[in-house]
Design a protein around this ligand. Sequence first.
Ligand code: SF4
Length: 237
Amino acid sequence: MDQSAAFTELWHILEDVEDMIKEGYKQPHPQAPEFNVSLIRDNPRGELHPAKLEQIKETSGEISQCKSCDLHLARKQAIVGQGNLKSTLMIILPAPDYDSDDEAKPIAGESREFLGKWISAIGLDLDKHCYLTNIVKCRPPGNRPPFLEELSACRHFMQDQVDSIQPKVLLLLGPSALSFIQIPPNRFEELRGQPLEGPAPLVLATYDPIWVKMHPQLKRPVWEDLKLLKDFVEHGR
Ligand code: SF4
């Protein structure tokens, strides 16, 4: 079996696992994406160890049942994450909004479309090459930013997900995502666009796509941040 076929087979196994976690039964799925083997080969972790897969399953189950903070009161559901579990690029999004809560996806609607364009601009595909998750897993009422105690209550899930996926790049979108690396949201403007200390070779913070949509003057600084990301993805620096 060549490498692409092996990745496709593993993809289907992971889809089955995800179905069992989310729905309790197997769902129909479109054809597996074409894997960019060279990109995946760059991943020092290689294939997911069964123990890691077990860890991902456990974390997903805990997130789905969690009532550790008041955000569980207004949610439709807790949103675990979405994307390629073998990805080298992990994107930490702001809290779920109405659209994402409605669709049970970490990001949906216009924001997703916009983020997809950013990721295409650096030669990657949002669905094939990224794993997406939110800094808190439940939608705050009125789409307000999460409070510090809510960020803190949910942080261990984020840590478990990063430990399982072990990305080469962590892209933090928006001020609240900075809390994952223990930096308060009010330092976002000062720190965005530069490599930060954290649990991946490159940790980078940039603006939330929907914020950029509302403030088009931010497109240029975002492009500068994406160029840094592109350079790292292409050359590992
Ligand atoms: S936001 Fe996180 S900590 Fe709070 S209830 Fe949801 S999953 Fe639990």
